[in-house]
Design a protein around this ligand. Structure first.
Ligand code: SP5
Ligand code: ZN
Length: 348
């Protein structure tokens, strides 16, 4: 299976984040990449490729130009304002009802950020841009005939809206990959999101669209981030009504409950009859994850990979969350191995 990844993606490396009211080390660390690459190599997944640069057009197909301009300008303006080099962090959000609309990037930050975890440093734009290019290359590889590809996207993407960063995410890699498959000619594409957190950004981007289905299993937003998105009742709107399917799950969710729910989700996917699949692959459902409260095991991830393979669709895996650093690589490998075994593809 081809793996797409650019070394620049490790250069985004914030030191700290606000977490449950305390400052702690940034959980979405570059070390995550090292763990994934090491485990993939040890398991024989060694077809590693740097992404080709497909330029801004596939990114502009998803994100607003105002947001993309802001994302490229914010760090310099933050520094010009006297902010520390450790990175730009939003502290004041543009809640509805406030009368002024600032123009300057630093002042306008609260219009473009969902929360305070998406720290923007000197190399953040390049890292996010190259993660998106990795997703685009994986989508193209699948479009041109591969059964599957894996984009080692970091920073992740599924919390990013068309015009907003959040949850460690800046560019929505999965949405960009899905749109790329549509542009290449797939009539219907499903994004299946198995990250612990609801993929609010991906849902919002495709909420009105009948051609891209969004199906997500995640922690109930009554209990967990992103809080304002991910209820069962969110089903899409207008022409998109029915093409969003949410499965909020309780604390302690184990392999059995997750897999049974994935089976129900697969029913919705088959009913939509997509011709290609993008998987937002988060491993923060793992029992040992510091952000999650689920209890999935390595065997569970292997079974998830198998169940995804049974959908029998060309599949682009896009890396999202997963913060149990020492197990993260093995959990990615378990998922991809389950997928590969089931399809009878040559084992790596
Ligand atoms: C891509 C991704 O997985 N982003 C997740 C961002 C979550 N940030 C909010 C964390 C909230 C902390 N609450 C955790 C409760 C543990 N006791
Ligand atoms: Zn997550």
């Amino acid at each position: 299976m081809h793996i797409f990844y650019a070394r620049s993606q490790a250069k985004h490396a914030p030191a700290h984040e606000f977490f449950d009211g305390r400052m702690i080390p940034y959980q979405e660390s570059p070390q995550r990449i090292d763990m994934i690459l090491a485990a993939l190599a040890r398991a024989g997944f060694n077809e590693l490729y740097a992404p080709r640069d497909h330029g801004m057009a596939p990114i502009e197909a998803i994100h607003s130009s105002a947001y993309l301009t802001w994302l490229q300008e914010i760090y310099a303006d933050w520094i010009a304002f006297g902010g520390p080099a450790s990175g730009a962090v939003c502290d004041t959000f543009a809640m509805p009802g406030l009368p002024h609309h600032p123009v300057r990037p630093r002042a306008a930050m609260g219009r473009f950020a969902l929360d305070a975890t998406s720290v923007i440093q000197a190399h953040t734009w390049q890292a996010a841009y190259d993660a998106a290019q990795s997703a685009i290359c994986a989508a193209d590889h699948v479009f041109f005939g591969a059964h599957a590809a894996y984009a080692l996207c970091r920073p992740p993407g599924h919390h990013a809206h068309a015009g907003m960063c959040g949850g460690y995410c800046f560019l929505n890699n999965a949405a960009i990959a899905a749109q790329r498959l549509r542009a290449n000619g797939h009539p219907r594409v499903t994004v299946l999101d198995v990250d612990f957190h609801h993929g609010n950004g991906t849902q919002d981007i495709f909420y009105q669209r009948p051609d891209v289905q969004f199906v997500s299993l995640h922690a109930d937003p009554e209990r967990q981030y992103p809080y304002y998105s991910g209820a069962r009742s969110e089903c899409g709107v207008g022409a998109g009504l029915g093409s969003t399917c949410n499965f909020p799950l309780p604390a302690g969710c184990d392999d059995a409950l997750f897999l049974a729910t994935l089976d129900r989700a697969a029913g919705d996917i088959r009913a939509f009859a997509p011709t290609a699949l993008v998987v937002s692959l988060g491993l923060d459902t793992f029992a040992g994850d510091p952000l999650g409260d689920f209890a999935l095991t390595r065997l569970g991830f292997c079974a998830i990979g198998q169940q995804i393979a049974k959908l029998d669709l060309p599949c682009v895996f896009v890396q999202e969350g997963g913060y149990a650093i020492s197990d993260l690589g093995l959990n990615v490998v378990a998922t991809l191995t389950g997928f590969v075994q089931q399809t009878g593809e040559r084992m790596p």
